[in-house]
Design a protein around this ligand. Structure first.
Ligand code: GUN
Length: 295
């Protein structure tokens, strides 16, 4: 389904064969979860995710709203705890402690970025690894190395699912990732390496970045720089996964210059309607897994 944005509706129909349709995939993931939710309910378990939002970041509020809507569609309980930007680290740690000990809560997520006076590391370390549906706790993040984390971070895992959905093989392929964040770039690098891809981990300071990206069969951009990936970055036939979400003149834009590269790519994720919706449905899958594991 195309997003309700005329530009993207046009792009969806015009370039149908090239679009990696995130809404289609997220719909399939969500419907695939239905049976598991029913199974849990038969045992008297209602899967539940608690989301902590510190106000101030406009994009975060939208992401959290999308997570709540997906939970509603999946019949998962979601509880949002909103705090002003002046909240202290101690207050958040107290809330996390309370949620860790609440047997009716299966998943806990603290939306980032957090204000500068709060240590994201301290917050992520405080979430019980058994309820860490973001997969950010160091214990779970470490297990990405060995391929046996109970919860893979939602965006990278969603990207893997999107590639699988379109039968895009990563084994033996050159994959370039722009961005080395703990949320996307780093875990995705490892997850692709575990699937025998050749991974180039790049950032906006990488010298001669195009020399690397032009060798890529699959280019993933998570730089948050609208229009960064233009035709000079890619080789013909490349698959482009655009993780960037920026607001430019009231419109949401990805890192890729969509119109400028569409003729060169073999497949591309649109923004919006690409990686975002899949990320959210993976969070639901992780929440159900947390409920199944806790029993
Ligand atoms: N901010 C941007 N992406 C994410 C995510 O996947 N999880 C959390 N907690 N915060 C985010």
């Amino acid at each position: 389904m195309a997003p309700n944005n005329p530009i993207y509706q046009e792009a969806f129909s015009k370039y149908k064969d090239k679009i990696i349709d995130g809404r289609l995939i997220s719909g399939k993931i969500e419907s695939g979860l239905y049976g598991r939710v029913l199974g849990l309910k038969k045992k008297g378990i209602i899967p539940s995710v608690s989301v902590i939002l510190v106000e101030g970041d406009k994009a975060s509020s939208i992401y959290v709203r999308n997570k709540e809507l997906s939970a509603q569609r999946c019949d998962i309980l979601s509880q949002k705890y909103s705090y002003p930007a002046t909240v202290t680290e101690r207050e958040l740690l107290n809330k996390i402690d309370e949620l860790n000990n609440d047997t009716l809560v299966h998943g806990i997520l603290v939306q980032v970025p957090l204000p500068a006076h709060i240590s994201e590391k301290n917050i992520m370390n405080a979430i019980s690894p058994l309820k860490d549906v973001d997969g950010f706790h160091p214990l779970n993040a470490g297990k990405i190395f060995t391929g046996d984390s109970p919860f893979y971070p939602c965006t990278p895992y969603g990207i893997i699912k999107m590639l699988e959905f379109y039968d895009i093989t990563v084994k033996g392929k050159n994959c370039a990732i722009i961005g080395q964040s703990n949320i996307v770039g780093k875990p995705l690098s490892i997850m692709l390496m575990n699937r025998l891809a050749t991974v180039m981990s790049l950032n906006i300071f990488t010298e001669n970045i195009k020399g690397f990206t032009r060798k890529a069969d699959i280019l993933i951009s998570a730089a948050g720089k609208p229009g960064l990936v233009d035709g000079s970055f890619i080789k013909k036939g490349c698959v482009v996964i655009d993780v960037g979400i920026s607001r430019v003149g009231g419109k949401i834009r990805g890192d890729a210059d969509f119109e400028g590269i569409i003729d060169k790519v073999s497949k591309i994720t649109p923004v919006p309607g690409g990686v975002g919706p899949v990320t959210v449905s993976i969070l639901m899958e992780n929440t159900i897994k947390a409920a199944e594991l806790l029993k």
